[in-house]
Design a protein. Sequence first.
Length: 251
Amino acid sequence: MNERGVPLFDAHLHLSDYPSPEEVVSLASWCGLGLLASSVDRVSSEKTLGLAQSHARSVLPFVGVHPSEAEKERDVSWLRGALEAATGLGEVGLDPKYSRVERGGAQLAVLESQLEQAQRAGKPVQVHSRGAETACLDVLGTFDLKSVLMHWFEGEDRLGTLADRGYFLSFGPALLYSKKLRRMASSCDRRMALTETDGPVAYAPLGGAHGPSLIPSVVFELARLWGTTFEEARRQVAENSLRYLYPGGKG
Ligand SMILES: [Zn+2]
């Protein structure tokens, strides 16, 4: 991966969910974007690893079990091999929308065994925390993880915890219309901010637009909120992305 050639990332999308991932990769490459491609279960993890093999210059694969799949995929022993071949672990986390997140439930057990493996492998992690921000932070705090991205994080009152722990948070196209996300982007330490689209999620307030080509608009909005030029915001986010991926620096 040549990070100088691909300075900006869509730090969280589900490339394997697109009917034609190749088209998404081509468009992203044309925009100068790298893709951190996330997975939700064993099948999508295998697909994502395959896509990264075919597009090694622009796709960095993340493998794992999403909270929505935890009941079905309680055995994550397959993850060890997949994680060796992957850039990192994701999308993992907790979400009360799918099943209970308390101890004794599948979600917490699956999350903990995945985090154990990421800790052992020394790989970055992407965390889904919708409706369970504090519970996720509590679990994460019990591990010694290389680097952590709180994807589409909405725990406005927990930004200080993220900053204290050196975590990153990613802003997506919802930043273009969400007052809460705008407040968070304005007040957070700029060195924490990454950009993502969660593609193929489509954004109704943006006319159903989706995918990595929205990243420059998100950077533009960050620049507006931070009072910087587009180029300054772009460089900040690009540097943040590299610190997230290679926390010890990359030789
Ligand atoms: Zn996602």
